[in-house]
Design a protein around this ligand. Structure first.
Ligand code: TMP
Length: 239
């Protein structure tokens, strides 16, 4: 496999073409962004930590039967993935109230959500990722009804796998965001990444925040917390 030119640079990752038209290289940078790019900082080691964290989670999900774009780790900061046509819809499941839900509905942070909630957002920084629903996604052809149904099923399956995985390691999976795309076989695969940049994780006992809220809220020790979470899951960042 040969890495070729950069196709796209997102806020925290870059995508490179390869000599295989159906494979991309995903490069995890140290850039850390919040509030739709309003706050951006370079955090040393974050690219490496998120790349290895994501590899571990994607492999865990794959082993549980959830199709993902992840193929293999290439280096500290790079992974080989399937080329997906990404759908511009972000799927969010919440087990505990936090973040935008607390602001939007005036509910108390930390309340348990039973059953977990499922929300869709349009991936559009300029519009600050507005909340949408399946009807809007269908009418604007952001995704087809059967794709939306599959994304919802897969997003909840991810919750079943990861809620328990984190709980066994002493953490609460508060909420998370997933993005999906279509591969050359026409099927839906989980794309993007799963790392503490795109989910909320609290210590089970102290409820200390261990995710990107540390960056958003200026709590410090951002990458240290990501590494702590990873080590609790058994990830070896020095390997
Ligand atoms: P929210 O509380 O801001 O709506 O976010 C819910 C979860 O989804 C939280 O873990 C952060 C994640 N998320 C992103 O990572 N990027 C996004 O653009 C959005 C809308 C949510």
């Amino acid at each position: 496999m040969e890495k070729r030119e950069e196709l796209y640079a997102g806020k925290a990752k870059s995508v490179f073409k390869t000599d295989d038209p159906d494979r991309f290289v995903l490069s995890f940078r140290d850039d850390t962004s919040a509030f739709d790019g309003l706050k951006v900082e370079q955090l040393a080691r974050k690219g490496m930590v998120n790349n290895k964290f994501n590899a571990f989670i994607m492999q865990t999900l794959q082993a549980a039967g959830i199709p993902t774009h992840f193929e293999k780790l290439l280096s500290d900061n790079e992974a080989l993935v399937k080329r997906l046509d990404m759908l511009p819809v972000e799927c969010v499941v919440r087990n505990i109230a936090a973040g935008s839900l607390v602001k939007r509905l005036g509910v108390e942070e930390g309340s348990n959500l039973t059953p977990p909630t499922y929300e869709l957002f349009l991936k559009n920084d300029a519009l600050h990722d507005p909340m949408i629903n399946e009807s809007l996604a269908e009418s604007f052809a952001w995704a087809k009804p059967e794709q939306l149904a599959k994304m919802k099923t897969l997003t909840y399956q991810v919750n079943d796998v990861l809620k328990q995985l984190f709980l066994d390691a002493g953490m609460l999976l508060v909420d998370y965001k997933l993005e999906f795309g279509v591969f050359n076989d026409g099927e839906i695969y989980l794309g993007d990444e799963f790392s503490p940049d795109g989910c909320r994780l609290w210590d089970k006992d102290t409820r200390e925040k261990l995710d990107k809220d540390r960056f958003r809220q200026g709590l410090g020790n951002v990458v240290e917390s990501y590494e702590l979470v990873g080590r609790r899951l058994g990830i070896d960042f020095d390997a």
